[in-house]
Design a binder for this molecule. Sequence first.
Ligand code: PGA
Length: 258
Amino acid sequence: MIQKTTKKLVVANWKMHGNLKQNAALLTDFVENLAHLTHTKVVVCAPYPYLGQLQNLLQSTHIAWGAQNVAKNEVGAFTGEVSAAMLRDFGATYVIIGHSERATAYCESDENVATKFVQAKKHGLTPILCVGETLIEREAGVMEMVVSKQLDTIINAHGAAVFADAVISYEPIWAIGTSLAATPEQAKNMHLFIRNKITNLNLDAANRLKILYGGSVTPQNAVQLFLVENINGGLIGKCSLNAQAFESICHAAEAAST
Ligand code: PGA
């Protein structure tokens, strides 16, 4: 099916990089060079301690900001956790959920991810849910089954309607930080699969869902990827730490959506 959402979304995932000085330089550059985009929403997801800095430098601009994780609980004795309400306190409107780097290094289960997803929505944050397969799973041809199962944990617990106005980011694990992005064809097939899966369950949610591609997006491959049907933007790791590279990617998104 044809996606109804045409405005692109480009999300910077800074991961555990940055400091006050570097962040300020990057953010000032982004504001200067991305403020004029009208068909592309730009979001910066930084480590928790810098949310106040993002709020200071990005409020009253068109660029939104968010976090890279959120607690599944509301409030309480959960040492080291940061709640959705706290993210809202700092003006965050997006949060990345279930990134594979968390699943692998911190044993994040699909059930936790599902709870965090609805917790984010409950507090008015747009969840960016990461899904994707390993290289072994792709080589075995079971990538759609793997992604389907990741989505089913949320669908079975909360229904498909929760995907309305949410974001799914297809991030093949073999493509993250490897310089080996999925081909437009591989991405196209998976994005169509995801859109169709949600469409079969809830047409309204499918029409209001954005599906991003993440994994070694560069200024060079962004142009082709963003032209693919059902690719509504990108989740950008490494290239979001370089102002010129990130801005080129945002400009590619703008060109693809106009
Ligand atoms: P990458 O990271 O662009 O460095 O591959 C993408 C991601 O992990 O979101």
